[in-house]
Design a protein around this ligand. Structure first.
Ligand code: HEM
Length: 230
């Protein structure tokens, strides 16, 4: 992770975490995510994937073959529960790290998701570090993680709860998983193939200036100190 002296920080949005910073220009690049944010994001992502691999065979025999990857169905069963705890814990840390950037503001109301998905480059010049779609995904992921955790605890200790709560937990766990899975597939597409240059923000932590100017124009201006173009 690049270390940058304070003097290199032009905007007030720069965030100092010890000596590690984000939202700063380093040569032709802009630091978008600290090492800490990236490590936690990949913890969330990997625990999610392993939860899917251990949860699907428990859900339906159609996916039974997946259990052989971890040593059988009984292993998948207890591993899934502990991976779920790890996923929820990592999601909580991710929440604390990013919540200050994820508050909706007045500009988010004018975000048009269909217009955005055309990738025409004609994006709202007031889009900040995250667009409204990303903020929505962040809050949905947090709510989803909470719903999976709470319903998962009921399913982990079924004898400690009544029949009604058990049935509610099964429905909640399954529906939340399906919605989460669909959202994550869309998220992966947007973070890789759909927007070249985005994936690097989660590996090296940096993005190019043209990427930032195109996708997050207000953030770009705040970080570089450039004026808005007329
Ligand atoms: C497994 C493949 C995944 C890939 C390739 C991926 C990629 C990325 C990238 C590149 C970003 C940075 C976007 C930016 O800086 O503008 C990001 C952000 C984010 N990721 Fe992921 N991610 C993955 C999985 C997940 C999972 C499983 C979750 C949650 C359960 C998640 C939650 C988030 C959130 C909340 C953000 C911030 C908001 C956003 O940019 O949408 N990611 N991801």
């Amino acid at each position: 992770m690049t270390e940058v002296p304070r003097a290199a920080v032009p905007g007030s949005t720069a965030m100092q975490r010890g000596r590690r910073v984000e939202n700063v220009v380093v040569g032709d690049e802009i630091v978008r995510h600290t090492l800490g944010s990236r490590v936690v994001h990949w913890l969330v992502a990997s625990t999610f994937v392993f939860c899917v691999l251990t949860g699907l065979p428990v859900w339906s025999p159609v996916f039974g073959w997946m259990a052989t990857l971890v040593g059988g169905l009984s292993v998948a069963r207890w591993l899934h529960a502990w991976l779920g705890i790890a996923f929820a814990a990592a999601s909580l840390i991710m929440f604390v790290q990013w919540v200050s950037d994820m508050r909706f503001d007045a500009h988010d109301k004018s975000f048009r998701v269909l217009e955005y998905l055309k990738f025409s480059g004609a994006e709202d010049p007031e889009v900040g570090k995250y667009n409204a779609g990303q903020k929505l995904f962040f809050w949905a992921a947090l709510l989803g993680a909470l719903a999976l955790l709470l319903s998962g605890i009921v399913l982990w200790f079924p004898m400690s709860f009544g029949q009604e709560l058990r049935v509610t937990a099964i429905i909640l766990h399954d529906l939340t998983f399906i919605a989460f899975f669909v959202a994550v597939v869309g998220h992966i597409y947007l973070g890789t193939a759909a927007e070249p240059g985005t994936f690097k923000s989660m590996t090296r932590g940096t993005v190019s200036k043209p990427w930032a100017r195109l996708h997050h124009p207000r953030w770009y201006r705040e970080v570089t100190g450039e004026e808005r173009r007329r």
